[in-house]
Design a protein around this ligand. Structure first.
Ligand code: AMP
Length: 426
């Protein structure tokens, strides 16, 4: 029997529980599902001395004073129960497995990797969804990342897009939510996922919906470029998981449409991309509102100094897991051919390439600028090529339409700026 069966069984007792819930997040010993691991509890504030400096002028009206983080009520975050088959693995076998899957690890008390879904010891309601999706084994990042995340510790994950990293943090997030008290009216989310672009946020939401449905975990996606009304309504109804781009989330916090008092599981996805896009002040402001003893999972495809420095400020005693080499830049499964051409040769070269490779399959062309994107798309269309474009100046409705035309193969050529490059989920 899955553990969420009795979840709504006794709302009255739940409300009674909530009354002693205190003002600032955390559990009063009540767990929505019970029964899953929960062998260790975090004891109040033990977080890092978070640097709240950031850029002082912006968003000051939502920065919480330090006292808000005093006397925090403990919450449960360690759910890991090691499977006997994993316990039995020798250190040599562990090292061989990590080598084979190109997993490198750093940190204190690192758990052994899990090699099968069964070894994760995820509750049934999570495992069933994974099997329903037709997955046969954990990807490398999941194999090492799941036990780390389930232990409730902070985690730095260096993994490429396409590595399965979204589920590496979402499945432990679902287990985390299920062990927390239900949301009370006015409560904000328990899990916050920060993502750099709308496309990535929507893609994460699709996974959160698919894998959270069996435990009735609600989610919403908060991003700019679309009306706020429906997002505000979702937030006010109460959602356990919020996936957000930083700017719109700050709007929502300033408008008091949500708050981060209940956030105990924070994910920063594509941190390198966020810093590239100049989101550091917003990230700082957002994190400054979250209780310091939260669990933080910090993901990046690359590891430049700025990304590392931000990690040092917001993470406490993290594990670090790296898939592939430290200087991850590209997906090694993709053959890359570099040709250097001068500006005036580019269009003709592109046409020649298209003539060679256009066989009904879809083709993505990345441009440096939005204007270039529009120009080339226009030119291609004039020359009879079925091209559409996607970039940051397009409305969300247009982006969605272009993506769907492209995915369906109706317009097999799509041009895009690199802002739209990640998280297209094609
Ligand atoms: P991500 O790196 O999170 O963008 O994931 C890339 C794709 O891999 C997504 O479509 C996932 O649904 C899929 N995926 C995640 N985990 C697995 C798995 N264990 N086996 C096969 N596919 C997976």
């Amino acid at each position: 029997m899955s553990r969420y069966d009795g979840r709504y069984a006794d709302p009255t007792s739940f409300r009674d529980r909530k009354s002693d819930f205190g003002g600032y997040g955390g559990s009063s010993g009540y767990s929505r599902g019970g029964g899953y691991g929960g062998v260790e509890r975090s004891d109040g504030y033990n977080g890092p001395s978070t640097n709240h400096s950031g850029s002082k002028k912006e968003f000051d009206n939502i920065v919480l004073p330090r006292e808000h983080f005093d006397n925090l009520i403990p919450f449960e975050k360690n759910f890991y129960v090691e499977h006997p088959a994993v316990t039995a693995l020798s250190e040599d076998a562990v090292a061989a497995y990590r080598r084979q899957r190109e997993i490198s690890v750093q940190g204190r008390n690192i758990p052994k990797p899990v090699r099968t879904f069964e070894e994760t010891n995820f509750p049934d309601y999570v495992l069933q969804e994974v099997l329903k999706a037709g997955f046969t084994e954990p990807t490398a990042i999941q194999s090492q990342g799941w036990p780390m995340a389930l232990k409730g510790r902070d985690l730095i994950g260096l993994a490429e897009t396409g590595s399965g990293k979204t589920l590496a943090y979402l499945l432990p997030a679902i287990v985390h939510v299920n062990a927390q008290p239900y949301l009370a009216p006015g409560d904000g989310p328990i899990v916050l996922v920060l993502a750099p672009t709308r496309e990535l946020a929507v893609q994460i939401q699709q996974e959160a919906t698919k894998f959270g449905v069996s435990s009735r975990i609600r989610n919403t996606c908060i991003y700019g470029g679309v009306p706020k009304g429906p997002q505000i309504r979702d937030l006010q109804k109460g959602v356990e998981i919020v996936i957000a781009t930083p700017g719109r989330l700050i709007d929502m916090l300033e408008g008091r449409h949500t708050n981060l008092r209940r956030v105990t599981y924070l994910v920063v996805d594509e941190a390198d991309r966020m810093l590239d896009m100049g989101f550091e002040p917003q990230i700082r402001k957002i994190i400054a509102q979250i209780r310091p003893d939260r669990q933080t999972l910090y993901w990046s495809a690359t590891w430049p100094k700025e990304v590392e420095s931000l990690a040092h400020q917001f993470l406490h005693d993290p594990y670090k897991v790296i898939i592939g080499s430290q200087d991850l830049k590209a997906n090694h499964a993709i053959q890359q051919i570099v040709e250097v051409v001068s500006e005036h040769e580019k269009y003709q070269k592109l046409i020649k390439l298209l003539e060679q490779i256009m066989d009904g399959n879809r083709i993505l062309i990345f441009m440096e600028t939005k204007r270039g994107c529009d120009q080339i798309t226009r030119q291609l269309r004039m020359d009879g090529w079925p091209a559409l474009s996607i970039h940051g100046d397009k409305s969300q409705a247009e982006r969605d339409w272009v993506l769907s035309e492209f995915k369906a193969g109706k317009s097999p050529i799509m041009t895009a700026t690199d802002v739209a490059a990640r998280g297209l989920g094609l």
